[in-house]
Design a protein around this ligand. Sequence first.
Ligand SMILES: *Cc1c(COP(=O)(O)O)cnc(C)c1O
Length: 455
Amino acid sequence: MSVKQKKRYERPILKPVTQGVTSKFGPIQTFKPITHIDGVSVKALIEQHGSPLFVISERTLRSTYRQARTAFRTRYPKVQFAWSYKTNYLNAVCQVFHQEGAWAEVVSGFEFDKALGNGVPGDRILFNGPDKTEADLRKAIEHDAVIHIDHFDELYTLLSLAEQLDARPRVAIRVNMDTGIYPMWDRFGFNYENGQAWEAITKIMVHSRLDLVGLHCHIGTYMLSAQAYGVAASKLANLAKNIRKEYDHVITYIDLGGGFASRNTLKGSYYAGSDIVPSFDDYAEAICTTLLQAGFSKEALPLLVLETGRALVDDAGWLLGTVIANKRLSDGRRATILDFGVNLLFTSFWYAHTISPAQEVSQHSEEAVLYGPLCMNIDVIRESITFPPMQKGEHVVVHRVGAYNMTQWMQFITLRPRVVMIDLEGKAHVIRQAETLDYIQSVEQVPEHLKKVKW
Ligand SMILES: *Cc1c(COP(=O)(O)O)cnc(C)c1O
């Protein structure tokens, strides 16, 4: 280099030293690369299937399900899971849970059809949700599904349908209640404390048109309190006992819905989710102990139904992606732009997702912001993460993305990528193809007078 040649300049920045900071629980961040998922190379997966790419581990799906089932079955004799379709309704995922013995829990006519399409017998479909059309209800009655009634309008519609069809639909009511968790989810179902739930029960019992088989609640999602489920179980058990007393009628199941927390970390939480969320054993202990002590005779113990979604599927999902570029923001922070954003990772709105490099990186790190590729300011994957510098073309792996992302993703600006499932032998199967322009446009129509433009 000649003396006169100007050296390259990079604007200096001042910032507090945060590297290597530890809390009393140890180092804040280490950068263990995730090079393989279930023995399959991340790099090879991206080479073969493209980036970004969702990957689902069949092994983790099954082992998580079995953990949950064991936690409940060892504490209570009659347990049934019903897979919450909206949490992830890719058919391959549903089929893994159905093979493991789960029924289907659906919240729309679309999901109902998906469950039927997967071969779930109608009488093993639980139909929740506030928006069941008359046609949906008709179909549910014809397939002998259990309809979880959400409001009085639905109850009246059902009563008239039952008469028209000369059928006796199996129903449950959804109950909302104060479990000590606020804000209370009281927009779905009938309230326990103000007597509405009992009023609904009375209206069902005085008509012999509907067969009240269950009581249901779904008290919230990502519930950090196992005890709230104990409260819910006790209130539903009370209703069941009162129905027995008043009407000499036996409720066959009590359904505590979903909402168990996955091990993701909520934004703003001091501690990692994996350190603080209750385990399946904690939830099971709270629920089963309450039901066993509620005063049912051994023969009359209701079946315990669980509609766990998030906690069963989150850990099994991974999102692989690639660094598009790096830049310095005006305040000096490093910004890394990734090829996936909130279009694919909807849950980054409330989780501080764990993100790992997919190859060896330097242990040097600095505070960075991780952006997605969308032309939109809200497209932020992590506002602030201590992250090693990564170069364009290098890969990252997002942990615990199995719940809700593959149903709430949006086709915005760009197409949705492939999803693969790694089976128990380590073979990757495409379970959803990448979208194409033709696929998206197959439902579009252009009126005749707009087909031609003169340039
Ligand atoms: C969404 C939903 C579930 C699943 O909730 P998770 O938080 O994913 O466990 C279960 N039951 C009903 C009625 C739901 O709406």
